[in-house]
Write a protein that binds this ligand. Structure first.
Ligand code: SF4
Length: 320
């Protein structure tokens, strides 16, 4: 498959006067058409910043993005705002954790969907928009009556389904789901994940799933990318990485959640804290929490080493 999104040396810093926060560091990543990629890491690892920066949703005065993010061969970081507006939702859509809260409480869902649809298709008729919306409602398991409802008449799960249907109005080539099911109870989360998987059979869509919940990636993504403190530390096929993780941080993450199958082991937290990202650190950012740290780890930042085709790890253990 052709690459649809290529990140080259992609970095994001938050800037406030003389202070900088190094939120995303030198990410290199290729997402191919029809890939399903899960980006995981604990809070503060830079996952959401990465998604916001890709869509150029970060305030320009207080953030700096460097490197390249090529979407279908066009660099998102240098594109004009007018070009970006044409691309967002039509080609590149995102659902955030609180997307459901972005709906106006005083307008019917129908009115809001019509307004949003007409941003890209100003001449679309109400009947055509309704037809498209109801088709998407069926895919995300929403009854037809929701179209005429007000947001306050719907549950959180229903509202998040509306948000997912909205993101698919124009059949985007790339859908980013950023903790899109995190705020929901586990039953609703499971149902929505099933609906997303079923939907992908209908559309030719590439999906990036950003989550702190590795089990969501295990059941819904073919590839995984693990982030720690703004670094991409391990990428590969989900099955391979979850069955035989190589990076000490990926191992620690897996030991901190209950196993879905096999013998029950004791859960272990990851000792320590994320490093202070307002400081430029030397060496590997995981050193202070890593049980396998060596002297070189404090001195040199590890490069990415290939474990196999399409499986890379940024750790000195694999460069010896
Ligand atoms: Fe641990 Fe060193 Fe690997 Fe970092 S580079 S994860 S400190 S072994």
């Amino acid at each position: 498959m052709e690459p649809i999104l290529v990140l080259k040396d992609f970095s994001v810093q938050y800037v406030s006067g003389e202070q900088r926060v190094y939120a995303v560091n030198h990410i290199n990543l290729v997402v191919k058409a029809n890939d399903t990629l899960g980006i995981v890491g604990e809070s503060g690892s830079g996952k959401t910043t990465l998604a916001m920066a890709l869509l150029r949703l970060l305030p320009e005065g207080s953030s700096e993005t460097t490197g390249q993010a090529e979407f279908k061969g066009r660099n998102l970081t240098t594109m004009s705002q007018a070009e970006l507006r044409k691309l967002r939702w039509r080609e590149l859509a995102v659902v955030f954790q609180k997307s459901m809260n972005s709906m106006s409480p005083v307008h019917r869902i129908r009115t809001q969907i019509e307004d949003i649809y007409r941003v890209h298709e100003p001449a679309a008729s109400a009947a055509d928009i309704r037809k498209r919306a109801l088709y998407l409602f069926r895919l995300v398991n929403l009854p037809e009556r929701v179209y005429n409802a007000y947001p306050h008449q719907l549950s959180g799960g229903m509202m998040q389904r509306v948000a997912i249907a909205l993101s698919l109005l124009h059949d985007p080539a790339l859908l980013i789901l950023d903790e899109a099911t995190t705020a929901l109870d586990v039953v609703t989360q499971g149902q929505i994940l099933d609906e997303i998987l079923a939907m992908e059979k209908e559309f030719s869509m590439t999906r990036i799933m950003i989550t702190h919940d590795i089990s969501v990636v295990a059941v819904s993504c073919s590839r995984i990318a693990v982030m720690y403190a703004g670094d991409l530390v391990e990428t590969g096929a989900t099955d391979a990485v979850l069955h035989d993780p190589k990076h000490p941080y990926t191992k620690a993450l897996l030991q901190s959640i209950p196993a879905l199958e096999g013998e029950k082991g004791q859960l272990k937290g990851i000792p320590g804290f994320l490093p202070d990202l307002s400081v430029r650190h030397q060496g590997c950012l995981f050193t202070d929490r890593c049980p396998e740290a060596m002297s070189i780890c404090r001195q040199e930042s590890p490069q990415e080493y290939a474990i196999a085709d399409d499986w890379g790890v940024r750790c000195h253990l694999y460069g010896r």
